[in-house]
Design a protein around this ligand. Structure first.
Ligand code: 76B
Ligand code: MG
Length: 214
């Protein structure tokens, strides 16, 4: 039967990158998505902005909502200090199966815990199931209609602390208007917009960085 796009992306990683070398995995995925088939990774342009936010923050506890094939998981995990942990949630079992292999190929499986399931179900279980107190950094890259409810859920579950940084992908395309309105007007957040482009295209998109003020 016909292969899926994530399966073809994984094949390209295994063919064109070096096992244990995260940068080569990132380059192989970007090359595949630019020259073979578009895929919804955060991409190289927004990925560089993600890198700078993570490098400046040096987070110990990271939550990623929306793994897809693990591209941004690899981008983040490769920058984390020893002992730091990244929990990433993926709803789609087929995407999760590919992402596990991409993360393992990059040699980052010791820093990453991939959980299959819906954000709304897992966020309330973070403390008791993973022993997490609060997150230092959250990358929102999942279903766009879940950014706002899940942010409120993280607040209610006490998963955010003074200084926790939320970075949201796709705030223009596909767009998250309700989330933007909330973090830009709430007295509990200090927000700023990083203008960029939708991965591998000329369409406008950007990342919104929001610091929780407690
Ligand atoms: C509920 C829940 C959900 C998840 C979850 N896991 N994986 C995802 C993927 C979500 N991502 C996207 O849909 C997405 C789409 C585009 C896009 C598509 C088509 C266009 F034409 C233009 C842009 C671009 C992007 O950059 C995206 O990130 N969600 C995990 C846990 N719980
Ligand atoms: Mg995205």
């Amino acid at each position: 039967t016909k292969s899926t796009r994530p399966q073809r992306l994984l094949k390209a990683v295994q063919k064109h990158s070096t096992r244990g070398d995260p940068q080569s995995v990132i380059s192989a995925i970007d090359h595949f998505c630019r020259h073979r088939e578009w895929a919804m990774n955060v991409g190289d342009e927004k990925g560089s902005i993600l890198d700078s936010v993570v490098s400046e923050l040096n987070p110990e506890k990271v939550l990623e909502l929306g793994t897809y094939c693990g591209y941004s998981t690899v981008r983040i995990a490769r920058l984390l200090p020893p002992g730091a942990r990244l929990i990433t949630l993926e709803f789609n079992a087929d995407y999760a199966a590919i992402a596990r292999q991409v993360i393992a190929w990059a040699g980052l499986e010791d820093k990453v815990q991939l959980v299959e399931g819906a954000s709304g179900d897992w966020i309330p279980r973070m403390k008791e199931h993973f022993g997490i107190e609060t997150f230092d950094f959250v990358f929102l890259d999942h279903w766009k209609d879940r950014y706002l409810p899940d942010t409120k859920l993280m607040e209610d579950c006490g998963l955010l602390r003074k200084g926790t940084v939320l970075l949201a992908d796709n705030v223009i395309c596909p767009g998250v208007p309700d989330y933007l309105e909330y973090v830009r007007n709430s007295l509990s957040y200090k927000s700023c917009y990083f203008k960029s482009h939708l991965e591998y295209t000329k369409a406008e998109d950007g990342l919104e960085k929001s610091v929780f003020l407690g």
